[in-house]
Design a binder for this molecule. Structure first.
Ligand code: SAH
Length: 280
């Protein structure tokens, strides 16, 4: 766990995504998650890496036509659309940010995927689905915003059918952070609405206590956080030189940049793919 005196609630996260979506996606090549750079050619873009991260997540869910997947913290809907197009499964996305749900709904229409995709405003703490009804679920870079990590997994475990799969892509502590590191990162936790960032080693028990069984735990930091931070650095440099359009400077943008620098300077923070299943 991380400590801190900041309170992250559904309301602060929703407000954060109302204000910061453009800033975050400008850094992340139009997406709202880190890139996965493994095996990509040298000059690959953040977009290529972001797409490859989605492909990696899709490969963890054994679903197909006629099945239904829950996307928890679906954001603007790009990953859900890609998941449905790749597998033929239907995807239902939930998010606490009304703005994200609006964007996701628009995307489904633009891509003609209305019969496969449905999006609704909901908090993961209380999912609007019957028990044992969904074939799979994912938490795609959303779990660190959620204050009660046990409750998140218990809710997802409740709605998954027996034999269903959960895939998680999340920021983690590769090695437990020291008090000093935690204190130095407090400003970032606050501006980024980071509620919890668990040590990797906590996941097996956490999943088990929620009725799920861990099937994979892979630290992908070397191919994810490091190269993504390098790419963000290149974007910032190009912006500073005037090659890329500058975003309106503002207090939130400078707080986010300052926090991000501290984050980048802490290699103990990394990224993992975690897969679990609900016993049959
Ligand atoms: N999965 C998307 C978006 C990642 S950003 C993608 O990969 O592109 C994280 C998202 O999680 C945000 O849209 C945020 O609003 C959502 N989120 C955070 N806390 C949540 C909660 N308690 N319930 C539902 N969604 C939440």
């Amino acid at each position: 766990m991380i400590r801190g005196d900041h309170a992250v609630t559904a309301a602060t996260v929703a407000e954060y995504y109302n204000q910061a979506t453009e800033l975050i996606s400008a850094d992340l090549g139009g997406s709202l998650h880190f890139g996965y750079w493994r095996g990509l050619p040298e000059n690959s873009s953040m977009q290529d890496a972001s797409r490859q991260m989605t492909e990696l997540m899709i490969s963890k869910l054994p679903v197909g036509p006629g099945q239904r997947v829950l996307d928890v913290g679906c954001g603007a809907g790009r990953p859900a659309a890609d998941l449905s197009s790749a597998t033929g499964a239907s995807v239902v996305g939930v998010d606490i940010s009304p703005r994200q749900i609006e964007l996701a709904t628009q995307l489904a229409e633009t891509e003609g995927l209305q019969d496969k995709l449905a999006f609704r405003i909901a908090d993961v703490m209380s999912l609007p689905f019957e028990a044992n009804t969904l074939d799979a679920a994912w938490l795609f870079e959303s779990m660190f915003h959620m204050p009660d990590q046990s409750r998140v997994l218990e809710e997802i475990s409740r709605v998954l059918r027996p034999g269903g799969t959960l895939a998680i892509a999340n920021l983690v502590q590769r090695v437990a952070l020291t008090e000093e590191q935690n204190a130095a990162l407090e400003a970032y936790w606050k501006v980024g609405n980071v509620a919890a960032l668990l040590p990797l080693e906590d996941y097996p028990k956490l999943l088990n206590d929620s009725g799920l069984v861990l099937t994979e735990l892979t630290d992908i930091s070397e191919d994810t956080t490091r190269p993504t931070f390098d790419a963000i650095g290149r974007t910032h440099a190009s912006r500073a030189e005037g090659h890329t359009e500058s975003l309106a400077p503002g207090e939130l943008a400078s707080q986010m940049d300052a926090g991000m620098s501290q984050f980048i300077a802490t290699p103990e923070i990394g990224f993992a793919i975690i897969v679990a299943s609900k016993p049959s």
